[in-house]
Every structure is written in C-alpha cells, then in structure tokens.
Design a protein around this ligand. Structure first.
Ligand code: FE2
Ligand code: FE2
Length: 300
C-alpha cells in the first residue's frame, strides 16, 4: 500500500496500486458468479407472431403489467441497453490493461445477458410495446452516455451506488409485476438482481481498498458522486421523467429509497462518518457527506 502521507497519489498510481485488489476481487467474483441462461427464464410457449409474420401487432390490453411495472421495465431495460456506451466509458476510465481490463470485459459480458433476458421476456409475454421500446433504444444508444469527467476513484464511488440502485430497482420491479399477476417476471428480475449485487460487492470492496490507499482522495470522490448522483438513463432515455415519476409513486425507486437503501448503507459500510486521520480537502468532504445525506433525506 502507498505511503499517502509523503507522496501525492495520482490517477495512474492509484489504478496501479489497486490492481492486486482488482485481481483478487475478479477471481473471487468468477468463483461465485453463476452461469445462467436467459432462455431458461422466458415462457416461450406464450409467444405469438406479430403482424409482419401473419399474427397480430402489440396492443396495451395484451400486457399483464400495470402502468408502474411497465414504466419500470421500460427504464430498466433501456438502462441495460446502453451497455456499448458504459463499456466505452469504464474502459476509458479503468484501462484495457491488467485485471482492470479483464474485469471491465467480464462485467460487460454479464450486463449484456441482462438486456437479452429482459427483452426476450418482455417481447414474448407482450408485456410492453415493442415498437416504443425499439424506437427509444435507437435514440438512446445514438445519444450515447457520458459520465462527465470522472476519475477512477469517482467512477468506483459512482458504480458502487449505481449497481446497488439497479439491484433494488430490478427487485422492486419484480415485486410490482408479481402484484400484477406476472410471477415469472419476478423470477427473472430476482436472478438479474443477484448479478447486480455481485457487481456492487466488487466495486464496494475496491472502494474499501481505495480508502486505504488514498483516503482523502476517495472521500472527495465519494462526496462528489453522492452530491451529483443520477441514474445513467436520466439524460439518454426518451420520455425518462414521466416514467421516473410513475416509478417513484409506486415506490419502486425514489429519493427515500435512494437515501435509506443506497447512500446510507454504503457510507456506513465505508465508515465514512468515523474514518480517522483525514486531512485538508478529505476532512472537508467527510463533513460534507454527513450534510449531503441529511439533505437527501429532507428532500425525500
Ligand atoms: Fe445489469
Ligand atoms: Fe450490474
């Protein structure tokens, strides 16, 4: 581990110092991650041709899902669909070399499974308008996703929250679909949520190591990312806000869940409030994080 008292860590050094941890975490992840297959989760016998092949096109009455579950499926799937952009962004941030690059590729392959599984499921069960979905996917992927100007530590802080948020959103969407009578959707989204949980654990463990290697820098990154957090689809998914409102009203994901189930447990796990030995901007960021959490809770 570096001597952060005497040397100023830069991005390259931090990536390099965290490399053994990334390798360890990648190995741990690969040892416990299940290989599962999207086709096992899709009720193919419910499928029918669409008009182009002599059947009927989609109409709303064919969906079992209510408005909230449908809005959440739309946002969740489109969020997974923008993977080409996320891959580009995190590959640029963490690099193509070493265990970092191997992790980025492994993560990408797993995330790709999520959109495949969800799309097959939603189209076969006619749970959602396939035309709206495809038009939105085209627009979104062409808009692309930019993470702004994130350093590697910013990115670690952000994705730890993002993976946890995604796990919760998938889980609650499954529960909402189950209320609408769609039990298989819950099974599929529960499976995806397990993957998101492992992704969160990977990044959270890397974050723990980052706090050891560069505590002041990591604290500043975390404060920046907690303050600026938004879901990746906010700027790129067509019609995002009305859907987000519906999702929040159904308590699938809202500011209160974000504060209580995402930000608070992560700050607690990293011992943010009581971390000793911070100096300068790091100490200021630590103080600011306490206030930020209060602000989010007040807003919620
Ligand atoms: Fe995913
Ligand atoms: Fe994930």
């Amino acid at each position: 581990m570096s001597n952060h008292e005497t040397s100023q860590p830069n991005e390259f050094n931090i990536l390099h110092e965290l490399e053994p941890v990334v390798e360890r975490e990648l190995n741990r992840h690969e040892a416990i991650a299940d290989l599962w297959h999207p086709h096992d989760y899709v009720p193919w016998s419910e499928g029918k041709n669409f008009y182009a092949l002599g059947g009927e096109d989609w109409e709303p009455s064919q969906s079992k899902l209510g408005e909230a579950a449908m809005a959440a499926m739309y946002v969740n799937l489109l969020t997974e669909d923008n993977l080409p952009s996320y891959h580009r962004v995190i590959s640029n941030t963490f690099g193509r070399d070493s265990a970092w690059g191997s992790w980025v590729d492994r993560w990408t392959a797993e995330e790709g499974r999520h959109s495949t599984a969800m799309r097959d499921y939603l189209i076969v069960t006619r749970a959602i308008d396939p035309v709206e979905l495809e038009v939105a996917r085209m627009q979104q992927v062409q808009r692309g996703y930019s993470s702004g100007d994130k350093s590697p530590l910013d990115a670690v802080a952000y994705v730890t929250m993002q993976e946890l948020a995604t796990r919760i959103a998938h889980r609650n969407t499954g529960k909402e679909a189950e209320k609408d009578g769609d039990v298989l959707a819950d099974r599929l989204l529960g499976r995806i949520a397990l993957d998101e949980n492992l992704h969160m654990l990977f990044y959270r463990n890397v974050g723990t190591a980052a706090f050891e290697v560069a505590p002041n820098e990591m604290m500043q990154s975390l404060a920046k990312e907690v303050r600026g957090f938004h879901m990746p689809g906010m700027e790129s998914i067509p019609n995002f806000w009305p859907k987000a409102k519906t999702i929040a009203e159904a308590k699938i994901y809202d500011l209160d869940i974000h504060a209580q189930k995402v930000v608070r447990p992560i700050l607690k796990h990293w011992n943010v409030a009581n971390m000793p030995g911070l100096t300068g901007e790091g100490a200021k960021a630590q103080e600011k994080l306490g206030r930020l959490l209060d602000n989010i809770e007040n807003k919620a």
